[in-house]
Design a binder for this molecule. Structure first.
Ligand code: MN
Length: 251
């Protein structure tokens, strides 16, 4: 059992760093409980192999909405691996201009994923919702209510009203540094109930200084969250670790 100084990076693409094995090992060396999300089910077996030698890495089975245009047929491979995975991600919807053309296909794939998770039960999902918070929440409400599975909204950028609706649906939020870059954004994060927050880097897609973020960089998010909630860093770390344990408890 880890002591109270454990960090949490609940959305990181460890397989997209130049040295995948090293990125995994560093999660143990730096004591960061990490959810290694994947963008295609083709990455699943390699990730599971490498993670099996670590204590801190969980691997999530994904099919990224930004890849659905070309890879929707990989859903059959995703189905094949689902029984062996408690964690699912990165999945969701992306309505930004570059990906809007595949939006109908994305909705079909995401609906399929939510239904499969509901049927299996006891899954934890890391969900992408760029420009589409309302539809994502509608689909979670309809297809994967809290009794059927747990959902973590990654890099949430919806409105305050949508955030409250997500809280009512039982969602957690993984917060990254980009969500705290200005006061307006931080105001939304501050309103998220304390017992629903986790931290993430979304590395290597985000930068810390001049290099891609690494899982241990979540300490900067922890410090900012501590400031927002007028807590010490240690108290905030304890809060996040408790949230992680509650999230991952089986019903
Ligand atoms: Mn991501």
């Amino acid at each position: 059992m880890q002591m109270g100084n454990q960090l949490v990076d609940y959305h990181c693409h460890l397989d997209l760093y130049p040295d995948h094995a090293l990125a995994m090992r560093e999660c143990d060396e730096d004591n960061v409980a990490t959810l290694a999300v994947t963008t295609t089910p083709r990455a699943w077996e390699r990730n599971i192999d490498l993670a099996s030698t670590t204590k801190n890495v969980r691997v999530a089975l994904g099919l990224h909405p930004q890849l659905v245009a070309d890879r929707a047929r990989e859903i059959s491979l995703w189905d094949e691996f689902l029984p062996s995975s408690r964690f699912v991600g990165e999945v969701g919807l992306d309505a930004s201009p570059r990906f809007y053309k595949s939006f109908d296909k994305q909705k079909d794939v995401f609906q399929h994923i939510l239904r499969a998770c509901s049927k299996s039960g006891n899954k934890i999902l890391s969900i992408h919702s760029v420009r589409t918070a309302k539809i994502v929440l509608d689909m979670i409400e309809k297809e994967l209510p809290a009794a059927k599975g747990k959902t973590v909204l990654h890099w949430f950028t919806g409105s305050t009203k949508e955030m409250r609706r997500a809280v009512d649906l039982g969602c957690y939020f993984s917060i990254n540094a980009q969500m705290l870059v200005n006061e307006r954004k931080a105001d939304l994060v501050k309103e998220i109930p304390r017992d629903r927050i986790l931290t993430e880097t979304d590395g290597p897609f985000t930068q810390t200084g001049n290099r891609p973020s690494r899982p241990a960089d979540v300490v900067m998010v922890v410090d900012q969250l501590a400031g927002l909630h007028r807590m010490t860093e240690t108290e905030m770390i304890g809060t996040i670790v408790n949230n992680l344990q509650r999230l991952e408890e089986s019903p």
